[in-house]
Design a protein around this ligand. Structure first.
Ligand SMILES: Nc1nc2c(c(=O)[nH]1)N[C@H]1C(S)=C(S)[C@@H](COP(=O)(O)O)O[C@H]1N2
Ligand SMILES: [Mo]
Length: 419
């Protein structure tokens, strides 16, 4: 058996471009880029409010992530962090592929593990490569399709992240000195001026990245860098429109699923339509009332009464965990005014409930700062017109810098709490 495996022709990775320098160029891009993706991903977990028990997976003991109340200022904070998380996560896919291609001889090498250090390196590679591929796969599936897994996307993506982080940290600790040496071994400027005909293999290296029997170059190093860079640009063009909006939306083929867009003043991305949420017209006709709970007595207000209260206008984004975002002009009643109206002067949190009967997003817990911010609204109108049914008519929550998911649509009650 052993003999037969050995007698198979060994794959020969003969590209003359492979070598420590090229691997280190991709590696340094990923070192910076993936660090940002990891950081913004962990921030997204915190923005969901694990201290309120509404991040998924709910309080993870042992992983020791310090939580804090996600700020409401600047209002574009979550738009930026989550846009970076998803945007960079997608844009770096071609670089990850290129990096894996550049180290293929190492991935398939089966050196006998001679030391503890080597064993750690091999294990860290499994965590690193397995982790990054798993995170890319679950992340992309989640922004393209509704939760299609047999398991929770959030739980899988969160624990997968820690597996990746463990491999990433170990890999960087082991390879950083070698990466710096390799980057210094030739100048990027010189590479950019070298044509295919003049492309020579790197000097042989101890890691065995450089081919022992290199083939003739089919492209230059600058050509390889341009190919990967072009791949990154292509992904950016296909996805940036989901945040930039306007005509660029047409190019956003990597646009997440969703209910399409609305019309006129309500012309912006719909996450879940009223039909999908099974909101009945009878639920939202003139008989609709908002219940304010938590005070000495429950208070009920119709839409007319809400419109008769002081109206506040704020230009605020909706920024979804899936990476898309949109900024609109909202008009409605301040949540702090509603709290006072309910007889709760300084609420410490609020529970918002939707008319939507089932569905994971029919309820949200707001922190004190998210209730008391002067721009935190129960919105009744958008861009000067009534909210459309798909965007949450009769009333929806809109709070600065809060993850989109907690901006509950079709609100039926708000309970202001002293805990
Ligand atoms: N009741 C209810 N509210 C909801 C949702 C939902 O599914 N049901 N989706 C949330 C999510 S995930 C986002 S990103 C925003 C999107 O708001 P929009 O559809 O008006 O753009 O609404 C939030 N409010
Ligand atoms: Mo969302």
């Amino acid at each position: 058996m052993n003999e037969r495996i050995r007698s198979l022709p060994r794959p020969r990775w003969r590209s003359p471009l492979r070598g420590p320098w090229l691997t280190s160029v991709f590696g340094s891009v990923l070192l910076v880029g993936l660090s940002i993706v990891v950081l913004t991903g962990l921030l997204s977990y915190i923005a969901y409010g694990p201290q309120l028990g509404q991040a998924i997976p709910s309080p993870v003991r042992g992983l020791g992530l310090p939580t804090f109340d996600w700020p409401t200022r600047p209002s574009w904070l979550y738009r930026l962090t989550q846009g970076l998380h998803v945007g960079m996560g997608l844009a770096l896919v071609p670089v990850v592929a290129a990096k894996l291609w550049s180290v293929i001889p190492r991935l398939f090498a089966r050196p006998p593990v001679r030391s503890v250090a080597e064993a750690i390196e091999r294990v860290s590679l499994v965590l690193l490569v397995g982790g990054v591929l798993f995170e890319i796969a679950t992340g992309i599936l989640n922004i393209q399709y509704d939760y299609i897994f047999g398991f929770s996307f959030y739980t899988a993506h969160y624990f997968g992240a820690w597996v990746f982080i463990a491999g990433f940290v170990a890999h960087v600790a082991i390879k950083l000195p070698r990466m710096i040496t390799a980057l210094r071994s030739r100048s990027l400027w010189a590479v950019l001026r070298t044509s295919r005909a003049d492309t020579e293999p790197e000097p042989a290296d101890a890691d065995g990245l450089v081919a022992t029997d290199p083939a003739e170059p089919t492209m230059s190093r600058r050509g390889a860098l341009a190919l990967v860079g072009g791949g990154v640009l292509f992904v950016v063009v296909l996805s940036a429109g989901q945040t930039l909006g306007g005509f660029t939306r047409r190019a956003a083929l990597l646009l997440p699923r969703g209910g399409g867009e609305g019309h006129d003043a309500n012309d912006f991305q719909i996450n879940r339509t009223a039909a999908a949420a099974r909101i009945a017209t009878a639920d939202v006709d003139d008989s609709w009332t908002l219940s304010l709970l938590g005070g000495p007595a429950a208070v009920r207000l119709g839409r007319g009464e809400l419109l008769a209260m002081p109206q506040h206008v704020a230009r605020l984004p909706i920024a979804c965990v899936e990476g898309w975002s949109t900024v609109q002009t909202w008009t409605g009643v301040r949540l702090s005014d509603l709290a006072r109206h309910a007889g709760v002067e300084q609420p410490l949190s609020a529970v918002v409930t939707s008319l939507e009967r089932d569905g994971a997003f029919n309820r949200a817990l707001l922190q004190a700062n998210q209730v008391l911010d002067s721009d935190a609204l129960l919105a009744l109108r958008v861009n000067g017109a009534d909210l459309s049914l798909d965007h949450g008519y009769p009333a929806r929550i809109i709070v600065p810098a809060m993850p989109g998911v907690h901006n509950t649509k079709w609100v039926s009650s708000i309970e202001f709490r002293k805990v």
